[in-house]
Design a protein around this ligand. Structure first.
Ligand code: ATP
Length: 354
């Protein structure tokens, strides 16, 4: 299933010109700088920005083309914005039930108890929404949008009004919602950590045009990815969680490509892990007397000179996943690094993306 979108729009200092086909499975992030047109694009998809000559097709449904213009409520889109827009005089339950009760019975696919459970709201159902934290309120907004059983969820920077602790708290719920609800999500974000954590693919927008659409994995494997602006190059690894050892650590991934992590998730659960390239060192032999637990046999795929002081070395792990390491050009020369060389990656720190 895809969203096909063609639209152009001119404002005083701003020109939007879009012609894209966006796959709709899972989470698509719309990533770009402030003023690049992210919200405008979302509004065109929702039918809130009525541009002449735009064409919007959701799968084989025509939402806008020529004289056809389907209004927002008939597009069956769930919307969540930066600031919550809950009904202040109602409880959590009242807010969740609001859209649900207005959805025709035949179209209801998601129901209140399961959505409340998914978003950790079951214990809060009786609470008035003005007695909730910012993060809890945003979870209610997500639940309310889901309970109209939408065909598509549009999230416009849903976490950006929250403080760091609330963002961290809500991310696992968002991830779970994306995984369990099977509703495709388009999420506007300018936070690389959100995108790395939640997205399956990224559409990069700049000055009113989509520069490219690529899978998260593809974007993380190129050294010039705009997602690296904050933390430098980052690897995204995936694996199944193993049982806890006597030190409280658990293996993630296949035995030959295993990283040790702390986690309370169940055995067998697939988890994403983020590793910053600057936290990965390379060694020609397996070091013996070293505190670093995570030592992996890898093979160099490519070496890219980033600047005077840094080389990015992309390595294949034994399971085929790509692990990036940042080293100095001096180290690269000293170790004789070249594509095809087998060596060891020492991973100083990993972050589980729950
Ligand atoms: N109602 C409006 N009238 C005129 N210009 C507008 C209007 N809304 C947005 N703009 C302009 O259109 C351009 C794109 O705005 P848009 O809100 O889509 O960007 P954005 O990428 O979502 O930005 P941000 O990340 O800051 O929210 C900007 O130059 C903005 O100033």
């Amino acid at each position: 299933m895809t969203l096909r979108l063609r639209a152009s729009l001119t404002r005083r200092d701003f020109q939007l010109s879009i012609d894209i086909t966006l796959p709709l499975e899972g989470v698509s992030a719309l990533f770009g700088p402030s003023g690049s047109g992210k919200t405008t694009l979302l509004r065109i998809i929702a039918g809130l920005e009525r541009t002449r000559d735009a064409q919007v097709y959701f799968g084989d449904q025509c939402w806008q083309h020529g004289r056809v213009f389907v209004p927002l409520h008939r597009r069956r889109i769930g919307l969540v914005f930066q600031e919550h827009s809950l009904l202040p005089h109602l409880s959590v339950h009242g807010n969740l039930a609001y859209g649900y009760n207005r959805t025709p019975t035949a179209e209801r696919r998601l129901h209140l108890p399961e959505v409340a459970e998914m978003l950790g709201l079951t214990e809060l159902l009786a609470r008035p929404v003005d007695q909730l934290s910012g993060g809890e309120r945003q979870r209610v907004s997500l639940g309310r949008a889901l309970l109209i059983s939408p065909q598509l969820l549009l999230l416009d920077e849903p976490l950006s009004a929250l403080d760091t602790a609330s963002r961290r708290e809500i991310m696992p719920f968002l991830a779970r919602m994306a995984e369990q609800s099977s509703v495709p999500i388009i999420m506007v974000s300018h936070a690389p950590d959100e995108v790395t954590r939640l997205a399956d693919r990224v559409a990069f927008i700049r000055a009113g045009t989509i520069e490219r659409i690529e899978s998260l994995r593809a974007t993380l494997s190129r050294p010039d990815s705009p997602l690296f602006e904050d933390n430098g190059a980052t690897s995204l690894l995936e694996g199944e969680l193993g049982p806890v050892n006597r030190h409280g650590l658990r293996p993630l991934g296949l035995p030959a490509a295993q990283l040790w992590v702390y986690s309370d998730e169940p055995v067998g659960k697939r988890l994403r892990l983020r590793v910053l390239a600057r936290d990965v060192s390379l060694a020609l032999a397996l070091p013996q007397q070293i505190s670093i637990q995570n030592q992996l046999a890898v093979t160099i795929a490519t070496i890219t000179r980033l600047d005077e002081q840094r080389c990015l070395v992309a390595c294949h792990m034994a399971d085929g996943q790509l692990l990036l390491s940042e080293v100095t050009p001096w180290s690269a020369e000293r170790l004789g690094l070249q594509p095809g060389l087998k060596l060891y990656a020492l991973v100083k720190s990993v972050a589980l993306l729950l």
